[in-house]
Design a protein around this ligand. Structure first.
Ligand code: CO
Length: 194
């Protein structure tokens, strides 16, 4: 596996509508493995193919496998979701506000409203269709990543965007893609489904 370079917000590929994945071969499997490795090392909780310069409809998502995450998300904590051609087919009317970050926009956070619950359909690495029901933070990450496939960044829809300060590192609990899971942020109750 190889770690891939994550491209930054000014790159035009991040503004393109990505194309559907139609071939589910070993090359795709290798790409998924590389994206997962890149996401985990970043560290982040999600990564979309345009972020590594590929305008294709492919995302990977993984919530941390820590106790807080397991309590809140059960079996879904620590699971690697690699989804080709993801599509939100159902979304709760209820919106929740939360803090997001993006690996392509390092050093910034923003407040973003997202659907609290969604149902996502897509295809796995072999092209088999499946669906995922997600809520809270997991639903937020899926919405953030799927937006990337349509050329949308969280800063387009954020109510407020601010620059991270060093002193935020220990007590901020951003719940977006470049989430920092610090030991000092166990306030899952307030911070998580947001
Ligand atoms: Co992002």
């Amino acid at each position: 596996m190889a770690k891939l370079d994550i491209i930054k917000a000014e790159h035009p590929v991040l503004r393109k509508k990505a194309v559907r994945i139609t071939v589910f071969d070993r090359k795709l499997h290798a790409l998924i493995d590389d994206m997962v490795e890149t996401m985990i090392e970043a560290p982040g909780v999600g990564l979309a193919a345009p972020q590594i310069g590929l305008s294709q409809r492919l995302i990977v998502v993984r919530l941390p496998d820590d106790e807080e995450s397991r309590q809140e998300y059960g079996d879904q904590a620590g699971v690697v979701y690699a989804v080709a051609n993801p599509k939100i087919i159902k979304a709760s009317r209820k919106m929740v506000e939360g803090v997001e970050a993006c690996l392509s926009i390092p050093g910034y956070y923003g407040d973003v409203d997202r659907h609290e619950e969604i149902v996502v359909t897509g295809q796995d690495r072999d092209g088999k269709e499946f669906r995922i029901k997600a809520r809270g933070w997991l639903a937020r990450v899926f919405q953030h990543e799927i937006d990337h496939l349509d050329g949308r960044l969280y800063t387009d829809i954020a109510k407020e965007v601010w620059r991270a300060r060093d002193e935020d590192a220990g007590d901020e609990s951003p719940r977006g893609e470049g989430s920092r899971q610090s030991a000092g942020s166990p306030e899952g109750g307030e911070a998580v489904p947001e």
